[in-house]
Design a protein around this ligand. Structure first.
Ligand code: SF4
Length: 366
């Protein structure tokens, strides 16, 4: 896909929470962009900051204890400078959220049709009859059969997949330019998951909506993404066109994530070690305690500056300071596809066994 015009441009996004045990920086100065009509996936393990990052865009994180800083330019405005009433007009109208659990997004005391009508009337000055007709149309478009009859169903009368379809219908009432979908399929079984992904893909084509999709599942990314942003411990590790990143993953963390996905080259089930404590992150690269390639330069000076390894593909790793070299990460003893020819000589202090005492494997599941 050719690079689309940025609809959303995020710069230096930082979200901090005051907690009883100290200040916690969940998202630490990240940048990314979403073009009109494109799908960008933010991926990473649970705790990597991807959900907080997307909830910070329209400031639905609670402030306080949260504090959101940086710049979120959307359609010519910085959302972080808008007043709460101005932001409310953006939410639901121009930017809509779909969350992981449709159970929590629906009120079980009201019919799904009534809830869609109410959402419509918040955003549009329409008669009840027109709102009902539009709600039925939306239920139909998201694939709920016999929509005019199902309008009067209560949430408990819908299957899990139908509930998520109804939630997506509610998200579409304002004709949003950007849909932020946070793990919208992870509570669903594999068959329904595939149907919902197909639905989102079809709606994107029909409405031209850009999608920012949060997931830990690289199998889902492979199906839907134009571009990918890999997050770890509140920082961006790698970004690029999805085909480039899948074919030439550069960052050791991206490679380890891919190694967890059977079917796209992966074989095993997790990444040894754990994410760092966000109250006390490593002084250098955030991934250093788990990285088999870590060298002295990785342990100080903050997260390495992002370097371009291919047009449009950037990586935050010192291994690429001299440019793209596919051999530098092939000696990873944890890599499922090691290169026996590689002579790279990592720092003897590196964590070729990140924690020999630990059997802890941090699952990529939430
Ligand atoms: S080699 Fe260094 S900079 Fe690159 S991921 Fe490993 S620890 Fe981070």
């Amino acid at each position: 896909m050719t690079a689309a015009e940025p609809l959303l441009e995020v710069e230096g996004l930082t979200t901090t929470f005051d907690t009883e045990t100290g200040e916690l920086t969940a998202v630490d100065g990240i940048d990314f962009a979403v073009g009109e009509g494109e799908t960008v996936c933010i991926v990473g393990e649970s705790g990597s900051g991807k959900t907080v990052a997307t909830e910070s865009l329209t400031r639905i994180v609670r402030e306080p204890p949260g504090r959101v800083e940086g710049s979120v330019r959307f359609d010519g405005r910085d959302l972080l400078t808008l007043s709460e009433p101005e932001l409310r007009r953006v939410r639901g109208n121009e930017i809509a959220h779909v969350f992981q659990n449709p159970q929590e997004a629906l009120n079980h005391c009201y019919t799904v049709g009534w809830q869609i009508v109410e959402a419509l009337r918040v955003h549009r000055d329409v008669s009840e009859a027109a709102a009902r007709a539009r709600a039925v149309d939306l239920l139909d478009r998201v694939g709920i059969g016999n929509a005019s009859a199902r309008f009067d169903d209560y949430p408990h009368e819908l299957s899990g997949g139908e509930k998520q379809r109804a939630v997506i219908a509610m998200a579409l009432v304002g004709d949003p330019d950007l849909l932020i979908a946070d793990e919208p399929t992870s509570a669903l079984d594999v068959t329904v998951q595939a149907q919902i992904l197909k639905l989102l893909d079809g709606l994107q084509e029909e409405f031209g909506t850009a999608v920012l999709f949060v997931t830990h599942d690289l199998g889902v990314v492979a199906q839907i993404a134009d571009r990918i942003v890999v997050m770890y411990a509140g920082k961006v590790m790698e970004r690029g066109d999805v085909l480039d990143v899948f074919e030439r993953p550069a960052h050791p963390y991206t490679r380890r994530l891919l190694s967890c996905v059977p079917g796209i080259g992966g074989t095993d089930g997790g990444i040894p070690g754990e994410l760092p404590d966000p109250r006390d992150p490593p002084a250098g690269c955030r991934f250093a305690p788990r990285c088999a390639h870590a060298e002295r330069a990785c342990r100080t000076g903050g997260q390495p500056e992002e370097l371009a390894v291919n047009p449009g593909q950037r990586v935050s790793c010192v291994l690429y300071r001299d440019g793209w070299d596919p051999t530098v990460v092939r000696d990873d003893p944890l890599d499922p596809n090691p290169d026996p020819e590689s002579n790279s000589d990592p720092d003897p202090e590196s964590n070729s066994d990140p924690d020999p005492e630990s059997n802890g494997v941090s699952s990529t599941d939430d």
